[in-house]
Design a protein around this ligand. Structure first.
Ligand SMILES: [Fe+2]
Ligand SMILES: [Fe+2]
Length: 253
């Protein structure tokens, strides 16, 4: 699937999902640490950072910038692994391009956070050694085809609905690239599964299915935040609809 085809699918989903659905609970108090929904590709071996001082819109953006910075390593490592696995050079080059784009995202989102008084902690990593085809395929299925791809859809939503113009502008840039990264993951998925034997393929597909289930659980877990509109984040109802439509559209892609 090309990035443009995926963009069309995501735009159709956004047009179907109600933008003004009532929140499950009205915005009230500062919730605990919310998952960052559009934040690139989490690398294997990332160490947990201390987010305890990151609150509000700035804190959310700082956590997001932290994971965008980590995504640079994720794609650099993926490019090395693709090279090692003798994948087509085109995929290696696209992974390297994605790494360069994640650098831009990390800077842009860090700037949004700093404007709101929050500083993104630098990611610390213990990258794994180069992995087998099935290991790379498994991570790509969950992290690329599901988590980062769903993040791209949420990012597109934010690029339209954020009330803060600087957030809208940044999310337009970020989400457009994230859709390309998701499209790469989907293409890689087909490439990897075509090279795996039947049992390994089933294990990879099962991982992807589980990740889809996690997305739906995340929708329920996401609570409203007083600054949700500033960042254009979907409320729980909309997030659930997005997750359901995403699952329907991409389950077999
Ligand atoms: Fe990104
Ligand atoms: Fe990305």
């Amino acid at each position: 699937m090309s990035p443009d085809q995926l963009r069309q699918i995501f735009r159709r989903i956004l047009s179907r999902v109600s933008a003004d659905a009532l929140p499950i609970a009205p915005p009230s108090e500062e919730p605990g640490e919310l998952p960052t929904l559009c934040d690139g590709r989490h690398p294997a071996g990332i160490m947990r950072a201390d987010f305890s001082e990151l609150h509000g819109a700035g804190g959310y953006l700082a956590r997001m910038a932290h994971f965008e910075a980590a995504s640079v390593s994720a794609f650099t490592h993926l490019a090395e692994e693709l090279d090692d696995l003798q994948a087509p050079l085109e995929y290696v080059e696209r992974a390297k391009k994605a790494a360069r784009e994640e650098v831009v995202h990390a800077h842009a989102v860090s700037a949004l956070a700093r404007k709101r008084g929050a500083v993104a902690p630098s990611p610390r990593l213990k990258p794994p050694p180069l992995r087998t085809l099935e290991e790379v395929a498994t991570e790509n299925a969950a992290e690329g085809c599901v988590r980062e791809a769903f993040g791209a859809l949420v990012g597109l939503y934010q690029s339209v609905h954020a009330t803060a113009p600087d957030v809208r502008a940044t999310m337009q840039l970020v989400a457009d690239d994230e859709v390309s990264h998701a499209a790469l993951s989907l293409e890689l998925h087909h490439h990897f599964t075509s090279r795996l034997d039947g049992e390994a393929r089933l294990r990879v597909e099962a991982t992807r299915d589980r990740a889809m289930g996690e997305i739906l659980r995340q929708a329920f877990a996401f609570e409203d935040a007083p600054w949700r509109d500033e960042l254009g984040l979907p409320n729980a109802d909309v997030l659930f609809d997005l997750a359901r439509e995403f699952k329907l559209a991409l389950a077999d892609a």
